[in-house]
Design a protein around this ligand. Structure first.
Ligand SMILES: NC(=O)C1=CN([C@@H]2O[C@H](COP(=O)(O)OP(=O)(O)OC[C@H]3O[C@@H](n4cnc5c(N)ncnc54)[C@H](OP(=O)(O)O)[C@@H]3O)[C@@H](O)[C@H]2O)C=CC1
Ligand SMILES: CC(=O)N[C@@H](CCC(=O)OP(=O)(O)O)C(=O)O
Length: 309
């Protein structure tokens, strides 16, 4: 018995990655629209309503439109866009972020896939907030670097065109990036984090970093206490792994081409300053890998089926 899955936006960067991960699975029957019909609302409405699951790999407005086209209460949705990540009635599709979240996803009709940057940020910070090591009212910064496929087809064309942008470009300078509300809500912080992303001239991969002046915190947690909280939050054998914090450097491509997420607690224990560092693939655990993981969980299949650890 297989479940039917329609990928709306299957010709896009994330959609293609999801197709690759689902291709050849005999527990999934893929529903795809040909090029002439893939943007036809009537054809999309039919596929959206005929499938057990739909995965939306669309710009935000098109994702909202797709949801509005579903006229039955059977079809279950995984949305890869930003449209519903802080919306009521949607379950946040980050199975590891809270105890019990995988069960909530398993039961949900509407699941919003996390953003790529929030995936790294929340994996690092949420366990420390939950353990009371980081106060909820602390001013938090998150610095990050992404490969250019994070900007979808348009940015890929820009970087692979005749006049590619420079090697590294800082953006979101007005501190109003679309991922900030999601980061604040799901980390359960009282204030928006200061988020400083850059895009670099490599196709895929990312580094997400949270620097912490631990010596100023009320409980003065050590680096070891932070690492222990992360190890307790993420059991071995899943997509999230904790590496030793003694690396001399990390690279944006460290987890590129995989669906894993690597966390490290680095820093200077003598001073009490930490660099919490996550590496992941923006198209892996940051998008397609997370969507497939959510599909597996919702359909009651092996959570890691089709994923590369
Ligand atoms: N790239 C990444 O690393 C990540 C992306 N996401 C999110 O996933 C979603 C998809 O992103 P990404 O794959 O990068 O974007 P792309 O631009 O690469 O792909 C989007 C696809 O949607 C298609 N599309 C646009 N409007 C419609 C419509 N009305 N009906 C049907 N198809 C439509 C586009 O068609 P056409 O080919 O004709 O342009 C394109 O194929 C976005 O919401 C993005 O924010 C989330 C996490 C990471
Ligand atoms: C490099 C780059 O431009 N990245 C995109 C984020 C990509 C992404 O994945 O956005 P969602 O997760 O919200 O869909 C950006 O900063 O807007």
């Amino acid at each position: 018995m297989s479940v039917s899955v329609f990928i709306d936006g299957a010709a896009g960067t994330t959609g293609l990655e999801i197709r690759e991960r689902l291709a050849g699975r005999d527990d999934i029957s893929l529903v795809l629209l040909d090029d002439a019909r893939r943007k036809d609302p009537a054809a999309r409405a039919e596929a959206l309503n005929d499938s057990d699951f739909v995965i939306l790999c669309l710009p935000d407005d098109a994702a909202r439109e797709a949801v509005s086209l579903i006229a039955n209460d059977r079809t279950r949705v995984i949305d890869a866009s930003t449209a519903f990540r802080v919306a009521d009635g949607w379950t946040y599709g980050f199975a590891e972020v809270e105890p019990g979240q995988a069960n909530a996803i398993a039961e949900a009709k509407r699941v919003s896939n996390p953003g790529c940057y929030p995936t790294g940020f929340l994996a690092l910070l949420r366990p420390l907030v939950r353990a009371g090591l980081v106060p909820v009212d602390w001013g938090i910064s998150v610095n990050a670097v992404s490969g250019y496929s994070g900007g979808g087809k348009a940015m890929i064309a820009e970087y692979e065109g005749v006049n590619p942008p420079p090697a590294s470009r800082a953006y979101a300078l007005s501190l109003a990036h679309k991922h900030v509300p999601e980061m604040q809500k799901h980390a359960r912080l009282e204030h928006p984090p200061i988020f400083t992303p850059s895009v670099v001239n490599t196709y895929r991969g990312m580094i997400v970093e949270v620097p912490l002046a631990l010596y100023r915190f009320p409980r003065r947690p050590t680096l070891l206490a932070c690492e222990t909280a992360l190890r307790e939050a993420y059991p071995e054998g899943g997509l999230i792994r904790i590496a030793e914090g003694d690396a001399s450097a990390v690279q944006v491509e460290d987890d590129a081409g995989t669906d894993r997420l690597t966390l490290r607690v680095c820093g200077n224990a003598d001073i009490g300053q930490a660099r919490l560092i996550a590496t992941l693939d923006n198209l892996g655990k940051g998008a397609a890998g997370a969507a497939v993981q959510n599909l597996n969980i919702m359909a009651g299949l092996d959570p890691l089926a089709g994923l590369t650890v």
